[in-house]
Design a protein around this ligand. Sequence first.
Ligand code: B12
Length: 215
Amino acid sequence: MATDVSLVTCISELDEEGSLALVKARIGRGDDPEAVLADCRKALEEIGKIYESGEYFIADLVFAASIFKDVMEVLGPELRKAAKGEVKTGKVAIATVKDDIHDIGKNLVASMLDAAGFEVVDLGVDVSARAVCDCIREHKPDIVALSCLLTTTVDSMEDIISEISRSGLRDGVKVIVGGIPLSPKLAVTIGADSYGDSAPQAVVRCKELIGEAGR
Ligand code: B12
């Protein structure tokens, strides 16, 4: 996928109006919405680096998140259109883990799963192991999808997976994890069944997991 440098630059310079105009123009000329999303993610990575260098502050991260939210209002329906028309495939409970409030990626994964025909139960952010176990008992999902963006909250993810096992619920659910600190290897280490690095990949992996569960 070719990167649209102007969009990446516009978002990373926190130009709200310019970013929205560029996204609308690309969608208007028929660009693949997933390619536009990939550029937005590149911009957010860039913003993360600028924040790490000390040039941006928390307020800038908050503003970047609000630009991304506006952009998603345009992109979301296009992404859903692209994934539409499939039959119900299974139930997924999704959460951002304890001590982590990053939910942009989690929300994106949730809406693409929904568009692909999954029934989605969204537990929100800063979700404890106990809340996940209660949800499994109440909603009986086929899959639990966990998201985290902080290196420190990978531990919360591992705690949740351990607690699911300790509670005797592990045989009934598959667990998929994602978020920037994760990798396929780390996913296995913390006891997950699968890993995805993007919302479209989350859909592919969840379909595989449903297949493995024999549905
Ligand atoms: C926006 C943002 C915020 C916003 C979040 C707003 C919100 N509602 O989410 C705010 C300002 C609140 C915030 C706060 C903080 N943040 Co912040 N934030 C970001 C930023 C810039 C973008 C994240 C984002 O939304 N990306 C876009 C989405 C679409 O991508 P994504 O989340 O990766 O999700 C995709 C994939 O990962 C995957 N995926 C995600 N989840 C899942 C789950 C499953 C199951 C699957 C299959 C796939 C999957 O699919 C998604 C869609 O394609 C990142 C920088 C970066 N490089 O990402 C820093 C970043 C994550 N934040 C960081 C930090 C340090 C913080 C703070 C600690 C800052 C502070 N000192 O207070 C706090 C922590 C708050 C907390 N307790 O959670 C660091 C983390 C560093 C680390 N190694 O731990 C980063 C990397 C910035 C940096 N480089 O320093 N942040």
